[in-house]
Design a protein around this ligand. Structure first.
Ligand code: FES
Ligand SMILES: [Fe+2]
Length: 479
């Protein structure tokens, strides 16, 4: 019998050339059509495989460029047992090194800060910012070793959109190839002109992927965030059957490595008419009689509750929308964008020209494989990053970064930045929507441990982002 090389997948579950045939994956980890076995979340051996084979070979966002404002500024990025130090080597160069002394291995720098040279806290060996050895105390007592042997070991570091990515694999493809098609699709959103407004991390009692999965689809909105369908955002009672009829539909799109979902702002029934474009000009009004009010309140609720993705400019534009004239043939969303643009340009910010086609391709939220999510929007964005917490598959560090455009004249300005970490997400002041999402993380984990549960049964229309992550992971883990 020859090996079965064709996937046993049919329907809309993604399969790309070069994917690992299912029968080459151990049964307990094997994907099936729109099905992900639970061992991929709960098994400590699987986490070890992820760390050894996947995190060691993929590009990951270590920090933002603005976190390295001056020569010698550094940020530590930890992943599994590895610590990487990202340093601004010169005004134009950012470098990354394994954060490990060449003498006896001591970690050289922790957290973030600024140094003139890297100095080991143990016996005081020193390195220049380019990683070359500068000082070995009593070097004549050591076996002669080349400066090269004593230099810090480099980790790949490349920048896109103001994000500093690192990759421990010296043979990895360049960042821009790896990101495809994200760099092209995100270009009109100009992430390089945004800066971190706030950054909060929370320790969650769930697998690092469970934390991400909760933000990789909008199928959960009806169940988790019913207030988003209501004018009265304080009403978080479970959605009625009538309200469920008005739910929006959020299809997923998968690429070779990355994937996204699109909250198209349309009911499932309406999308049959072929209108699958996420365009702020075409948002649903949830049966509210005044579409200006409905649109304005949803923008304002996102800003007030989530404190990101929207901003004070879009919030004010939404306020003006409530009493604005809507010309014949225009929508509230289109008028809103005009008002928003006026505020942005008057106040010295750059306005991003984004065509309906570009909005459609950008969708709502992307899994930047493996461990980040980006939500593109006009002038603001969220980024989420999730990492395993040690070797416990049921614990992770999940971080939220609110990114916001700054006025053009402030592009070169240094900014203070202090990330916060909370042991208990309920003390992080994250608002209702995030709290609802994060509440799910523990419940999913408890339920997944039940012997009755074997794995995720996913929607082929709205949850293939979740599946796609595992499909791509297999390419790193089993090849
Ligand atoms: S361990 Fe770093 S100088 Fe000795
Ligand atoms: Fe959510």
């Amino acid at each position: 019998m020859s090996a079965v090389l064709e996937p046993k997948l049919t329907g809309k579950t993604p399969w790309f050339a070069g994917d690992v045939p299912p029968d080459e994956v151990p049964e307990k980890y094997r994907l099936a059509r729109a099905f992900v076995p639970k061992a991929r979340y709960l098994d400590p051996d699987f986490l070890r495989l992820e760390l050894e084979k996947m995190f060691s070979r993929t590009w990951q966002i270590a920090c933002r460029e603005e976190e390295l404002p001056g020569v010698g500024s550094y940020v530590e990025y930890e992943i599994g047992a590895h610590s990487i130090i990202v340093v601004r080597e010169s005004r134009t160069a950012i470098s990354a090194y394994f954060n490990s002394c060449r003498h006896r291995g001591t970690r050289l720098a922790k957290g973030r800060g600024r140094v003139g040279s890297l100095i080991c806290p143990f016996h005081g060996w020193r390195w220049n910012l380019d990683g070359s050895i500068r000082l070995v105390l009593d070097r004549e007592e050591f076996v002669p070793r080349s400066d090269e042997d004593l230099g810090l070991v480099r980790v790949r570091a490349e920048v896109w959109g103001g994000f500093v990515f690192v990759n421990m694999d010296p043979g990895a493809a360049p960042l821009l190839d790896y990101l495809d098609p994200i760099a092209r699709i995100f270009e009109p959103f100009h992430y390089e002109n945004m800066r971190i407004k706030w950054q909060k991390g929370v320790i969650l009692p769930c697998n690092w992927k469970t934390a991400l999965d909760g933000f990789l689809e909008a199928y959960h909105v009806a169940g988790t965030h019913p207030q988003l369908y209501r004018l009265d955002k304080t009403n978080t009672n479970i959605a009625s059957m009538k309200e469920l009829e008005n739910r929006t539909w959020s299809p997923t799109t998968t690429y070779e490595r990355h994937a996204h979902y699109s909250s198209v702002g349309q009911k499932k029934i309406d999308t049959n008419a072929g209108n699958k474009v996420k365009d702020p000009g075409k948002q649903q009004s949830y049966g509210v009689t005044d579409p200006r009010e409905a649109f304005a309140l949803s923008v304002q609720y996102i800003f007030e509750d989530m404190k990101g993705l929207e901003n004070d400019r879009s919030h004010r534009a939404a306020e003006a929308l409530k009493t604005a004239e809507i010309p014949e043939g225009a929508t509230a969303g289109q008028v809103f964008m005009g008002l928003y643009r006026e505020i942005v340009e008057t106040e010295g910010y750059a306005w991003n020209d984004i065509t309906p086609e570009q909005w459609a391709e950008a969708g709502t939220a992307w899994n930047v494989f493996p461990n980040t999510i980006l939500l593109p929007n006009q002038g603001s964005s969220f980024m989420y990053r999730s990492r395993p917490n040690g070797l416990d598959p049921d614990s992770c560090l999940f971080e939220i970064f609110a990114l916001d455009a700054v006025p053009v004249e402030d592009y070169g300005k240094k900014r203070d930045h202090e990330p916060q970490i909370f042991e208990d997400f309920r003390e992080a002041g994250l608002g209702e929507v995030f709290t609802q999402d994060l509440m799910n993380s523990k419940e999913v984990t408890v339920g997944m441990h039940s012997p009755s549960f074997d794995g995720h049964r996913l929607s082929e229309d709205q949850e293939m982002t979740v599946y796609n992550h595992h499909r791509v992971a297999d390419r790193f883990i089993w090849t």
